[in-house]
Design a protein around this ligand. Structure first.
Ligand code: E4P
Length: 217
C-alpha cells in the first residue's frame, strides 16, 4: 500500500519525506488556501517546490469546472513536472476531461468520490486514481470503509487498473482498515501516519531495555 501525505504544508511534507516511507502528496484548494497560497504563479511555484521535495505522485487540483477550462488548467499543471497528477472533481465535465487526459497520457486523480457509481465512471474514463472520501462519509454516519470495499470489488471484477486512493483518512484505524480491505493508497495528514508507531507495550518495553542495558556496561 502506498502512503501519500494530504497537505500543502512544506514542513510536514519534508518531515514525512524524511521518514522514508512517503510515496506521494495530495493537496486540494482548501489545503492550499490554509497555507496562504493564492494567485496562479504562487500556486504553480508551490507545486514545483513540493515536486522538489518528494519523488512521487503529486496531486494538483484544478479549480475550473467546465471542460475547456479543466483541460487548459490541467495541461498547465501537468507541465510543471512529470510527477504531477491532475486532480479533477467527479462532475460531467470532469469525466470528459479525465477521458481526454488519459488519451493524452496525463495522469489524473478523480476526487470527491462518495459512491461506487462515481468511482466506476471515473475508472471507465481512464482515471489513474479515484479518491473516495472515507472520513467525510463517516462524518455523516455513513460507512466510508464499505464504499472502499465496494469499489475494490468492482475494480477487481473488471480488472480496472485505476488505483483506489483512500482520502479523508483521519486516524490509525482508518489506515489499518484500508490496508485490510485492499486500498492501493491512503492519503492523510502526518499525525495519523505517526500514530501507527504508537503502542504502550513498545514504550514500556523500550524503557525496560534501556534500564537493563545499563547493567550490561
Ligand atoms: C483528498 O484528496 C482530500 O484532499 C482530503 O483527503 C480531504 O480530507 P478531509 O475530509 O479531512 O478534508
Amino acid at each position: 500500500m502506498k502512503f501519500f501525505i494530504d497537505t500543502a504544508n512544506l514542513e510536514q511534507i519534508r518531515e514525512a519525506q524524511d521518514l522514508g516511507i512517503l510515496d506521494g502528496v495530495t493537496t486540494n484548494p482548501s489545503l492550499m488556501a490554509k497555507e496562504g497560497i493564492s494567485g496562479k504563479e504562487a500556486v504553480l511555484q508551490h507545486y514545483k517546490e513540493i515536486c522538489e521535495i518528494v519523488d512521487g505522485d503529486i496531486s494538483a487540483e484544478v479549480l475550473s469546472t467546465t471542460y475547456e477550462e479543466i483541460i487548459k488548467e490541467g495541461e498547465e499543471l501537468a507541465g510543471i513536472h512529470p510527477n504531477i497528477v491532475v486532480k479533477v472533481p467527479i462532475i460531467k465535465d470532469g469525466i470528459k476531461a479525465i477521458k481526454y487526459f488519459s488519451q493524452k497520457g496525463i495522469r489524473t486523480n478523480c476526487t470527491l468520490i462518495f459512491s461506487a457509481g462515481q468511482a466506476l465512471l471515473a475508472a471507465k474514463a481512464g482515471a489513474t486514481y479515484v479518491s473516495p472520501f472515507l472520513g467525510r462519509l463517516d462524518d455523516v454516519s455513513t460507512d466510508g470503509l464499505n464504499l472502499i470495499q465496494e469499489i475494490r470489488t468492482i475494480f477487481d471484477n473488471y480488472g480496472f487498473e485505476t488505483e483506489i486512493l483512500a482520502a479523508s483518512v483521519r486516524h490509525a484505524m482508518h489506515i489499518i482498515n484500508c490496508a485490510k480491505i485492499g486500498a492501493d493508497v491512503v492519503t492523510c495528514p502526518l499525525p495519523p501516519i505517526l500514530s501507527l508507531l504508537k503502542h504502550p507495550l513498545t514504550d514500556s518495553g523500550l524503557e525496560q531495555f534501556i534500564k537493563d542495558s545499563h547493567k550490561m556496561q
